[in-house]
Design a protein around this ligand. Sequence first.
Ligand code: 3HC
Length: 653
Amino acid sequence: MSDLSSFSATVSATTRDSVLVVTIDNAPVNATSVDVRSGLEKALTHAETATDVLGVVITGAGKTFIGGADINEFGKPAMEPTLPAVIEKIENLSKPVVAALNGAALGGGLEVALACHHRIASPSAQLGLPEVKLGIVPGAGGTQRLPRLIGIAAALELVTSGRVAKADEALKLGIVDEIAKDDLVGAAVSAVQNLAGTPLRRTGALSIAPADPAEIETAAAKILAKARGQKAPAEAVRLVTTSTRPFAEGLADERATFIALRDSREAAALRHVFFAERESSKVEGLEGIEARLVSTIGICGLGLMGSGIAVAALGAGYSVIALDQTPEAAEKGRERIIGLLERNLASGRLDQASFDAQKARLSVTASDADLAPCDLVIEAVFDDLAVKADLFQRLDKVIRPNAILATNTSYLNPDEIAAATAHPERVLGLHFFSPAHVMRLLEVVRCAKTAPDVLATGLAVAKKLRKLPVVTGVTEGFIGNRIFSAYRREAEFLLEDGALPHEIDAALEDYGFPMGLFAVYDMAGLEIAWARRKRQAATRDPAARYVEIADTLCETGRLGQKAGRGWYFYPEGKRTIDPEVTAIIEAARAKKGIAPRSFSKDEIQDRMLKAMATEGEALLAEHVATRPGDIDLVMINGYGFPAHKGGPMFARD
Ligand code: 3HC
């Protein structure tokens, strides 16, 4: 092996058996920033002209091959050389170029690999074109080269879902040519030696296998329906399905589409979400604080929520000791948890060995003392202060002094629950969303006395559970339900002011919510919110505007879809506008002397967004939420706010 030569600050090479082994080292994820592009270009020029170089291996330093184009460069003036230009140079080099995929090859990273003449992956490599998740399409040949390698149907699925394929799937699909179990670079060097002097397989020159038009049409229709008005998936469909046209024409169209989308509001919103997700676990005061070790989690209360949490914990590799009030209830809980695991087994999300292992890590009990080995106990019992305080007092006596207690309360004050214990510093809130084994959001509640390493442990456990943790301070409903209450309140003001439930729902669905607010209420049932309103009645500010319509609906038995009627009427299960509800709304307006007026879709959307953003501002001012991005993540991941609009705080700007 010869000495290291440097082509730029982030691209260096060694020569191994006459092969130039080029390594990209651009922490954290080897993104193709301008310095990487120019280093690669120089390395390729050197390889082309140096008579003692047989060909090139491209690989990445660390655990990533290339994580994609540098997202931080988006929105800045273009800097030469462009990624497509470098990629074209790879494909057209007269000497073989082999990609040694040592880890994630995503977006522009996979596009670099696709232009190489041969691809070898390590078993841990992950390949994908996640651009649609950023509101863009691949911009350096991905939509044109991938179908040439694996066919239109498979490429369509990968490009429009943005999902990642592991090495063995990538091999089966034909994205990579080999998997090297050990000495990846050695295998790539051998491949260059074997290819040298032979006709090179240039991906852009391959013809595309004919696809079944009906199959492609059905797949495309499904993708477009799921996109709910987002532009990138539709453009991705167009580019992949037309990839049979001349290669240069497809590339030019792809690049122009990429640039237009990259500069769009939708892409800016999704980039905001991308960075907000990475920012959210950086919490002030936790720098250098180590999380406590957690291997056994106790879960109290095995209803829907507790069972979901148990499934998430088992899936993350924790041992679970699950407690309910009686042996019968505990056994029922066990059945519910196993039932959820069986569903995962049947759907293929879980293989038999993992199912068996998870089942073996679960035990249930009705005795507090059995929770003694737990490092963390999460309660998901009835949302009542006395019930939760009593449970925590009992647990205080059986768990180790350094074990942590977490409450899953939605509306109670966790500081009051903590105050009932002898060690409030070991109490925090872990507010899961239902179903807890599916929903990604987890509000991690920092109580007044929560110790920093207890909070750090909450965040570490959340990550291991593959949740998206967002830290919130204590307030009624935390970040999500506080904003949701403001959203609901505004919708009810709109009702009184002149809009009807279906008009508000249509405006919200048009904005990108999967379902309108009133349809959601009908689906969930109106009684829980009604009970809360009754509890709050005594302390409500009599001067504040209060809309009685929902109470009237509940009093007349309109408790939602299960009751056959709520905000809508459900003949044969079909949601229908109900004149009776319209009459109740009109009577409420008349009682307050409100002269109703009509509202446009835009006006409804503006008022709803403003209400959410104003409440968000209040949460920031009260230091309940740390960053606007945290609020956006909560609303996107817990309440159906469309990610491509960036969340209420981003949308407000
Ligand atoms: N550009 C710039 N920064 C990036 C980046 C990118 N493409 N990908 C990740 N980063 C940054 C993150 O912001 C984070 O920064 P921070 O430490 O300051 O918070 C850091 O890298 C580490 O990221 P993660 O926390 O996500 O690290 P992981 O190890 O968990 O995951 C990864 C690594 C799988 C590569 C993941 O970061 C990822 O999925 N990245 C995005 C991949 C992507 O979307 N690529 C496509 C980009 S668009 C494109 O390529 C266009 C092309 O077609 C022209």
